[in-house]
Design a protein around this ligand. Structure first.
Ligand SMILES: NC(=O)c1ccc[n+]([C@@H]2O[C@H](COP(=O)([O-])OP(=O)(O)OC[C@H]3O[C@@H](n4cnc5c(N)ncnc54)[C@H](O)[C@@H]3O)[C@@H](O)[C@H]2O)c1
Length: 248
């Protein structure tokens, strides 16, 4: 059995109110971790925290719009004051399925602000304490859209490709301090983001997956638990979890 030894660790998860983020909160909570759950959706985030932790002891829901750097800094201050952060999962994302002809400058900036800039500044902020304590785990939620060409993925795909590059740079800079940084790259996962895709398009995409189905959020969460385990010797890696949709 995998011993993740996350009991007593504090894990900050962004995009925690639904989908994959909510599955991550549940998975880390089940491992005994303390969770700082960060989302712009305050109601969804609070509901999940209340369900898992009615006493408010092990889950701290924080509302923040990660496009706002002051909010990012505020989240880090509030989290560290509650409990020093050992693990960070940069999971929040702004999806955008628009071609290069349709994407507006505002949409481009929004996508990069959530998907890349917030991950950069959150990591840097929590890495300060991790460096002092000589231990840290960071997981960046990438996407197959950052590894392959998709017709409507100009901003989203390039933000995820950049997140994979950022993962390697951070892994290199933070390795001497006992901090690992890895990316997890799903294809399609059964979340509200995917359920919003037109049914025919979804069926077509699913047919291209060698394993014949899309991933469950729990499958992706389990991979993240593994990468965040205390003994992990893995850093700077991008883990594909795509049912064989991309083999490289
Ligand atoms: N679902 C998939 O098929 C899939 C595939 C590949 C990668 N991913 C990646 O997995 C991660 C989670 O995806 P999901 O499907 O659960 O997404 P989702 O859209 O269901 O949930 C994303 C969460 O992020 C939050 N969020 C969005 N913008 C925010 C902001 N500005 N500030 C704070 N919170 C914000 C949303 O409120 C939401 O709770 C994302 O990084 C996504 O790119 C998902």
């Amino acid at each position: 059995m995998l011993d993740t030894r996350l009991t007593g660790r504090t894990v900050l998860i962004t995009g925690s109110a639904q989908g994959l983020g909510a599955a991550l909160v549940r998975a880390f909570h089940a491992e005994g971790a303390r969770i700082v759950a960060v989302d712009v959706d305050e109601a969804g985030n609070r509901a999940l925290a209340r369900e898992l932790d009615p006493q408010g002891e092990r889950v701290l829901p924080l509302r923040a719009d990660l496009r706002d750097l002051d909010a990012v800094a505020g989240v880090c201050r509030a989290a560290e004051a509650w409990s020093p952060v050992d693990v960070l999962v940069n999971n929040a994302a702004r999806p955008l399925a628009k071609s290069l002809w349709e994407t507006t400058p505002e949409e481009w900036d929004d996508v990069f602000a959530v998907n890349l800039r917030a991950a950069f500044f959150l990591t840097r902020a929590v890495a300060t304490g991790m460096r002092e304590r000589g231990f840290g785990r960071v997981v960046n939620m990438a996407s197959i859209a950052g590894q392959t060409a998709r017709p409507t993925g100009a901003a989203y795909g390039s933000s995820k490709a950049a997140l994979i590059a950022l993962t390697r740079v951070f892994a290199t800079e933070l390795a001497p301090h006992g901090i690992t940084v890895n990316a997890v790259s799903p294809a399609m996962v059964d979340t509200p983001m995917v359920r919003s895709i037109d049914a025919d398009a979804l069926a077509q995409l699913t047919a291209q997956v060698p394993l014949g189905r899309i991933a469950t959020p729990d499958e992706v969460a389990r991979l993240c638990l593994f990468l965040c385990s205390a003994d992990s010797f893995i850093t700077g890696a991008t883990y594909d979890i795509n049912g064989g949709a991309l083999m490289r």
